[in-house]
Design a protein around this ligand. Structure first.
Ligand code: C6P
Length: 421
């Protein structure tokens, strides 16, 4: 008889893909009806739904394990500490960081980027220096750098995009110079779905001695990420976009970078000793984790990571790619629909407009059909301006979505055109 591990070894890629596609029933929220119709949830880039194992891990923590961490000698506190720290180990494994001390818990991608802008940016960026970002950035990878630049008299430089939503790499190379102190780039665009060639872009920055931060918010739910292979200096992501809870995320930083940086916030747990004259800071990663953290959230994140690692990220990417291709050709076959963002390498995000109809109205009518999409500027106003649009409608997919749901979206769009076109 074959053991389970033997079976896993002979499991074909095709079987893994089928297994991923069959996971929808793990997500209880998806079973509901909205406005009398079966829910079609296509707003995964805003936040993903949670599998039962994640919900259970959080519930179990509050029912059986709740206690503060790193503080008590009592059994519950030790158990909570162990769960919190082992979730950190899971996160290390998930992105293949070299050491768990390189994994800093934050509130989410936004806080991760702000931490770097503050603790790396303030000591290293001065008057006349430059920070390079791209035209595809979310506001959370624009505004923290803008604040830093205005405080320091530094300059924010922006890598432009072509009409397909791909970064112009020659322009990027031309922007780098001895005044450039950091490059901050998104791995995947939340508004257009473009997957940036960040590995090559990091190598280019490093050839000039410039460190790189990657905003991984839209990458980690969709593809395998290996921070050592990418060789990025910082990588930030949020748990809630990768099937975990809100209010927690990870900032990865190379240990030598984090060691050299001052703390972001002061308070409990980030210190070794305090007198009125002087404070000695704690070791990594605790130096950056002031105050009682989101313990239950971190444990939920650990459960989400375990869940998707079991699924296999390559199989997840394959399922989503199939959905993207199916949805793209279906939408393109509808007269008046225009897809914004046609990069060669895309994650399963489709921004679109319908001639003569405001995206907000598209979202409202689709909602009446039980279909959830996002409309607006997607927290990427400068990018919308680049494309001459105030807003788009955006359908964003996860591996639990189905081709039948794409068909519902297409029927919904036809209805929008019928009613408003
Ligand atoms: N994008 C969207 O609908 P937080 O809010 O900190 O979890 O993530 C911010 C963030 C940073 N970078 C990228 C590329 C993102 O997509 C997001 C969040 C959501 O597109 C909500 S605005």
């Amino acid at each position: 008889m074959m053991h389970q591990t033997d079976q896993a070894v002979v499991q074909t890629d095709f079987e893994k893909i089928l297994a991923v596609a069959g996971c929808r029933h793990h997500f209880p929220l998806l079973r509901q009806r909205v406005n009398g119709k079966p829910l079609v949830y296509l707003d995964n880039a805003a936040t993903s739904q949670k599998p039962q194992v994640v919900i259970d891990a959080i519930l179990k923590f509050y029912q059986e394990e709740n206690s503060n961490i790193h503080r008590g000698v009592h059994a519950l506190s030790e158990r909570a500490t162990q769960l919190y720290e082992s979730a950190r180990d899971r996160a290390r494994e998930f992105i293949n960081a070299a050491e768990s001390k390189e994994i800093v818990y934050v509130r989410g991608t936004t806080e991760g980027i702000n931490l770097v802008a503050y603790s790396y940016g303030r000591p290293n960026v001065g008057a006349g220096d430059e920070v390079v970002i791209s035209a595809l950035e979310h506001h959370s990878n624009i505004v923290p750098w803008q604040i830093l630049c205005s405080e320091k008299g530094a300059r924010l430089r922006v890598i432009p995009v072509n009409d397909a939503g791909e970064l112009l790499l020659d322009e990027y190379e031309r922007l780098l110079n001895r005044r450039t102190k950091i490059v901050a780039l998104t791995h995947v665009s939340n508004a257009l779905g473009t997957i940036n060639p960040v590995r090559e872009m990091i190598a280019t920055a490093h050839s000039h001695g410039i460190p790189v931060l990657i905003d991984g918010a839209q990458a980690v739910p969709h593809m395998k990420v290996d921070v050592q292979d990418l060789d990025c200096d910082f990588y930030a992501f949020s748990a809630h976009k990768m099937f975990g809870p809100t209010g927690v995320g990870i900032l990865y930083g190379k240990s030598r970078m984090l060691e050299a940086m001052p703390p972001y916030q002061g308070g409990g747990d980030m210190i070794k000793s305090v007198t009125y004259e002087k404070t000695t800071y704690n070791d990594l990663p605790h130096k950056f984790e002031a105050g009682t953290p989101n313990i239950a959230g971190s444990i939920g994140l650990g459960a989400a990571i375990e869940y998707i690692m079991k699924l296999d990220m390559d199989a997840v990417a394959a399922v989503e790619h199939e959905l993207l291709e199916y949805a793209t050709s279906a939408l393109l076959s509808i007269p008046k629909v225009r897809i914004i963002g046609t990069a060669r390498h895309k994650a399963a995000v489709i921004s679109f407009t319908i001639d003569g109809i405001h995206p907000h109205d598209i979202g409202t009518i689709l909602d009446q059909e039980g279909i959830a999409i996002r409309t607006g500027h997607h927290c990427a106003q400068p990018l919308m301006q680049r494309f001459g649009l105030p807003a788009t409608a955006r359908a964003s997919f996860a591996f639990y979505n189905t081709k039948e749901e794409v068909d519902s979206l297409v029927r919904g769009i036809h209805k929008v055109i019928e009613v408003l076109g």
